[in-house]
Design a protein around this ligand. Structure first.
Ligand code: SF4
Ligand code: SF4
Length: 86
């Protein structure tokens, strides 16, 4: 993707930056521990966490595996696993 620094870009261009391709580890949520507080959603730098039906859900197209959500979850409901371990 070409970035035009200081220039005008097309709308929605950030969606083309598939940050999930950077990932070598992926967060996995323990749905029994998650209470849907939304803290992880607030802190995720790629805005790829949503709260659905009172539980956190991650869009792995954009999750880059940074682990910030793991650090911020006060219920220890998220752990990182190596990519591809299912
Ligand atoms: S911060 Fe933890 S408990 Fe809160 S919504 Fe995210 S995973 Fe669930
Ligand atoms: S690992 Fe990083 S990018 Fe992925 S959901 Fe957690 S905070 Fe967001």
């Amino acid at each position: 993707m070409k970035l035009n620094i200081g220039g005008i870009t097309e709308a929605g261009q950030s969606k083309k930056n598939l940050t999930g391709s950077w990932r070598y580890q992926i967060p996995v949520i323990d749905q029994d521990k998650c209470n849907g507080c939304g803290i992880c959603e607030l802190f995720c730098p790629d805005s790829c966490i949503d709260i659905n039906n009172g539980r956190a859900v991650i869009d792995d197209t954009y999750c880059k595996g940074c682990g910030i959500c793991v650090k911020e979850c006060s219920r220890d409901a998220i752990v990182m696993q190596p990519e591809g371990d299912g």
